[in-house]
Design a protein around this ligand. Structure first.
Ligand code: FAD
Ligand code: MLT
Ligand code: ZN
Length: 454
């Protein structure tokens, strides 16, 4: 890795102040490795702008000095997109944090890019609303990162992914030009959706500095059931029936017996259903009125449920959710691992889940496959432990199977560096060429995350 040229260091320090240009390797090292530990790089500097003007000035310095930039929010991304793998300068959004406005009548909230998802939830609640996107990394993952990855999470089945929550974005393109869509209204048919373009852009087009987000009604009453199924096929059919017949459906999350045992061991508690069935599905319903009867009636009408527990009070619901939300952490205790976040058409999902461990074993006999995910969205997380971080054979085997079954190689984590080689096979060369043309127009010198996505 090349150190910063003195002229670049002087220019960046002049923009943000010397205290926000971090060059001490002991400090920058934490910004150069991803959450899984699979992707490790190095950076000559981490720069922390405090305003959109400073971001624009950093982009100008980068263009002038020939630097590449990696935007970084909470660094919880799971596809290696947030770390400087080729010596890029990291632009941290830590100082662009804070909820700046809440419109309780319109149900809209404006927040800086570095605001955590948990802080958005808290501000929404204080205004009598809720935010529709949530996942276990809520205390670290940021508004900017969630937009850049089009993050999904636990409630997509009800509210859609991050893209569906974004009304407008404020950003600086790689060209240095600003985008200010924060004042856009719900109904607005004036041309291209430039804010939407940043959803799923993974830091390759520009740096999001703030966003105006839609809120959803706060539903105070909740009930959660852990349902046991003999097979993934039975679980898929049941979740389809719940999506049709349970209006309050808020989440439908699945994991198998192996993951149930792993997470219970990690937490030092008994599994949610003991002994763990082949497949556990957590089903949450929410409403203004207690949804427990509605949930019980819907579950009673399902085929294939072999056991069930229901939690209505907060502590028991939280205890059940811990099993699902701690899976990522439990798998991480096994060491650096490969994470393959994929989605499948509903008719292909169960067969894929049955087949994928065998496909992994063919190319990596010593590896272990862990499977869980957002069953309501057809989204499975295939995690593989016991393989070298740089060994791509497992990724290739899993992603080839996904494409063969009509699925998507990335459901919610993005493409990053991990799946870059697969983008054209998924989207086709015409679509990738169109993406490259958009990138060339908005980031003409290729300063924004040049080793990610395209
Ligand atoms: P980072 O990791 O910092 O960056 C992610 C990408 O966004 C990078 O390409 C980066 O360059 C870019 N980026 C960051 N900030 C900006 C910005 N301001 N402007 C432009 N580009 C930017 N994801 C899900 O979708 N669903 C889940 O259920 C889920 N659960 C998780 C659970 C755990 C325990 C963990 C560790 C992660 C989980 N994730 C999940 C993944 C992760 O939290 C999301 O991808 C999240 O959106 C990343 O946000 P971040 O702020 O950490 O972004
Ligand atoms: C989840 O659903 O828990 C996340 O997407 C994280 C993961 O895949 O490990
Ligand atoms: Zn997920």
């Amino acid at each position: 890795m090349r150190p910063l040229a003195p002229s670049a260091a002087r220019a960046l320090a002049a923009v943000v102040g010397p205290e926000h240009l971090l060059t001490d390797p002991a400090v920058t090292a934490g910004h150069a490795v991803d959450w899984t530990g699979r992707f490790r790089g190095a950076t000559p500097a981490v720069v922390r702008p405090g305003s959109i003007g400073e971001v624009a000035a950093i982009v100008a310095v980068a263009r002038e000095e020939g630097l590449a930039l990696v935007p970084q929010g909470g660094n919880t991304g799971l596809v290696g997109g947030s770390v400087p793998l080729a010596g890029e300068v990291v632009v941290s959004t830590a100082r662009l944090a804070g909820v700046t406005a809440v419109d309780p009548d319109a149900g809209l909230l404006t927040a800086g890019a570095g605001t955590t998802i948990a802080a958005v939830h808290a501000a929404a609640r204080a205004a009598g609303w809720a935010y529709g996107v949530d996942w276990a990394a809520r205390d670290s993952a940021t508004v900017g990162g969630s937009i850049a990855t089009n993050g999904g999470g636990l409630h997509v089945v009800r509210h859609g992914p991050t893209r569906a929550q974004v009304l407008g974005v404020q950003a600086v393109w790689g060209s240095g030009a600003p985008l200010d869509d924060l004042g856009r209204l719900e109904k607005d048919a004036t041309g291209y959706d430039l804010s939407g373009l940043l959803c799923g852009s993974e830091g390759t087009l520009g740096l999001v500095t703030a966003a105006r987000l839609r809120l959803v009604p706060h539903l105070p009453e909740r009930a959660l059931a852990a349902l046991a199924f003999a097979s993934m096929a039975d679980a898929v059919v049941a979740v389809g029936a719940l999506r049709r017949g349970l209006p309050g459906l808020e989440a439908a999350e699945a994991y198998r017996a192996a993951e149930a045992d792993l997470v219970a061991g990690h937490l030092g508690v008994a599994p949610a259903l003991a002994p763990p069935p082949p497949v556990t599905v957590l089903v949450e319903a929410a409403g203004h009125d207690d949804p427990v009867d509605e949930l019980a009636a819907a579950v009673a009408g399902l085929d294939g449920v072999v056991d069930a527990v229901v939690a209505t009070d907060g502590p028991r619901r939280a205890a059940l959710w811990r099993h699902r939300e701690s899976l990522t952490e439990a798998i991480a205790t096994l060491g650096p691992h490969h994470k393959l976040d994929v989605s499948l058409p509903a008719p292909a999902l169960a067969a894929f889940a049955e087949e994928v461990p065998a496909r992994v074993a063919e190319v990596a006999p010593a590896a272990r496959t862990w499977l869980f995910g957002h069953l309501g969205d057809g989204n499975l997380h295939v995690n593989v432990s016991g393989v070298d971080p740089d060994d791509h054979a497992v990724d290739d085997a899993v992603l080839a199977l996904v494409l063969d079954r009509g699925g998507s190689i990335s459901a919610e984590h993005g493409v990053g560096t991990a799946k870059r080689a697969w983008l054209a096979r998924q989207r086709g060369s015409d679509a990738v060429a169109a993406m490259a043309a958009v990138k060339a127009a908005l980031d003409p010198d290729g300063v924004m995350n040049p080793h990610v996505l395209l």
